[in-house]
Design a binder for this molecule. Structure first.
Ligand code: NG1
Length: 528
């Protein structure tokens, strides 16, 4: 069951009735407005908001252009903004969280971009990423105004309740709220930004702080819809389709999100974790291409390594050996058949090196010199490793992409009010995904494994890590409502995990560690 797609980012007006306002804004707007006023001595003009997300299934495949199934959740990032009329414009940033100190920087008078130093880990860099992509969008939208003239100066107050470093995309939520705010501030209230534009421009924003991410988080944060999960496709074009998630008869469906409280700083761990995985799967695609004598596209738009990926290899293989000239268009049955074939090829050609490829092995498999391999694959984003585990990583990507298609097929064929079978099958796919993330992609951790076992033993249908992993959050598909297991799962997690692993944990910390959310609305604006 799909929902008609509303094209523009929703805007709520100050004098709207409370029941007409998007729920997330009702409680939070008055508080942030007050905080803005005490920080800057005036009222803001508007508030831009974007939520965190949880990914149900499809982990670490967005940067290979395979589709994913996330949903926006109730926690979000807000930016209250006042537009200044200043000949020497600057931007002042204040954060409700005192650990993020106030920042102020000037906007170049000639309309050039604000510099971002990716070697520094500072919260204002994430603001600058959102600013940069919004600025570039404005230059194309209205070149006569923005080509050589500065952007408007701003006073901004930021507040959010998406836990940072927890895999719920606090950074994407922040960047999407910032980009929306910058476009609104410079184009005025009469310009209505489309979700497609906001999603498209923010997808690459984190590349400016050196994170080689895919586009799942921004798509989910921008396009979230209440009660809907999103099927996000990256090829043939970036698209987020909302699907109403089936309900179990007599129960509500709830997603329990439990934080391991193991914080993985993506920026600091990128060379051995996230960015290294991007390098491994890109190398795997090109090694497979060399083995099967096919050519992958280079200079790919949106790909920071400028090399083909595992989806490109699948297309190139089918073009050469099955005479299929058009790339896979996303059709479920064709995808299942082709991904199954890819898994056979991974077994056929990469099993011999299950212990991993050294730099020399990889160079040899790619028919290039050690120096060329280093230059082409290992320098754009710095990485550190002993060996590249191409077999394991490629197997994860193809099998996980297959699971997403199976999950989508289940969802599109299930009746809306359905029986337990759907949840058992969907949950089984989530559990298989967790096993693959753990064993093949090595992005789980012992705390995640413990949380998943406890939840499954207490009534979760499916439990897995969500987001990049290496700590962060877990997601559990649990029957909710008065007859459901949500309270049982929560209680078990508190007693068997949190109080055991963190004996000094406070009630407030426990309260924040477990979020129970239904799918929530994506980015929106509130005009004051
Ligand atoms: P987190 O770190 O959980 O927001 C990251 C990437 C996603 C995706 C997932 C793994 C960023 C901003 N996001 O999510 O694009 O690749 O890991 O599925 O890096």
């Amino acid at each position: 069951m799909t929902k008609p797609y509303s094209e523009n980012v929703p805007v709520a007006e100050f004098n709207a009735k409370t029941e007409d306002l998007p729920k997330p804004l009702v409680e939070k707007c008055p508080t942030i407005t007050e905080k803005f006023s005490s920080a800057y001595g005036a009222k803001p003009d508007f508030i831009a908001r974007s939520p965190g997300r949880v990914n149900l299934i499809g982990e670490h495949i967005d940067y290979c252009d395979f589709s994913v199934l996330p949903l926006a959740i109730d926690v979000d990032m807000l930016c209250a903004v006042k537009v200044l009329d200043d000949k020497n414009p600057s931007i002042t940033l204040t954060n409700a969280d005192p650990k993020f100190a106030q920042r102020k920087f000037d906007l170049p008078l000639d309309g050039s971009y604000v510099t971002i130093d990716p070697s520094v880990s500072d919260w204002s860099n994430y603001f600058k990423c959102g600013l940069h992509v919004a600025h570039s969008f404005l230059k194309k939208l209205a070149p006569e105004r923005f080509a050589n003239a500065p952007l408007a100066g701003l006073e901004v107050f930021c507040e959010g309740d998406v836990p940072t470093g927890s895999g719920l995309s606090s950074s994407a939520a922040f960047i999407c709220a910032v980009s929306l705010a910058v476009v609104r501030a410079n184009m005025g209230p009469d310009y209505h930004m489309s979700k497609q534009d906001l999603m498209r421009i923010t997808v690459v924003a984190e590349h400016y702080v050196g994170v080689n991410n895919g586009g799942m988080d921004q798509a989910a944060s921008v396009c979230g819809e209440e009660d809907h999960v999103l099927y996000v496709e990256f090829k043939p074009q970036l698209k987020a389709t909302p699907f109403k998630f089936p309900q179990l008869k007599d129960y509500e469906v709830s997603f329990v999100i439990a934080n391991t409280l193991v914080v993985s700083n993506k920026f600091e761990t990128a060379p051995t974790n996230y960015n290294l995985r991007v390098v491994e799967v890109t190398t795997a695609a090109n090694v497979l291409a060399a083995k099967y004598g096919v050519v992958l596209p280079s200079e790919k738009e949106g790909s920071s390594l400028n090399k083909g990926n595992l989806r490109d290899f699948m297309n190139a293989y089918y073009a050469r050996y099955h005479n299929v000239s058009a790339p896979w268009n996303g059709d479920i049955e064709t995808g299942i058949e082709r991904l199954t074939k890819m898994l056979e090829l991974v077994e056929e050609s990469l099993t011999g090196k299950k212990n991993g490829f050294s730099v020399d092995d990889a160079a040899q498999a790619l028919n290039c010199s050690r120096e060329e391999f280093t230059k082409d694959y290992l320098t754009t984003f710095p990485v550190r490793f002993q060996v590249l585990k191409l077999y394991q990583r490629a197997k994860h990507v193809y099998s996980e992409s297959l699971r997403v298609l199976r999950a989508l097929k289940l969802m599109t064929t299930a009746k809306f009010a359905t029986d337990e079978d759907f949840f058992k099958q969907f949950g089984a796919l989530m559990n298989e995904s967790q096993a693959s993330c753990d064993k093949l992609y090595e992005c789980s951790c012992s705390e995640t494994d413990t949380i998943c076992s406890i939840a499954l033993a207490n009534g979760s249908y499916g439990s897995r890590l969500t987001g990049a992993g290496w700590g962060g959050c877990t997601v559990h598909l649990v029957p909710g409502g008065p007859n459901g297991n949500v309270e049982k799962v929560k209680k078990a997690l508190v007693n068997e995990f949190y109080k055991v692993k963190y004996p000094n944990i406070t009630d407030a910390e426990l309260e924040d560690a477990i979020i129970v959310s239904k799918p929530a609305l994506g980015s929106c604006l509130y005009e004051l």
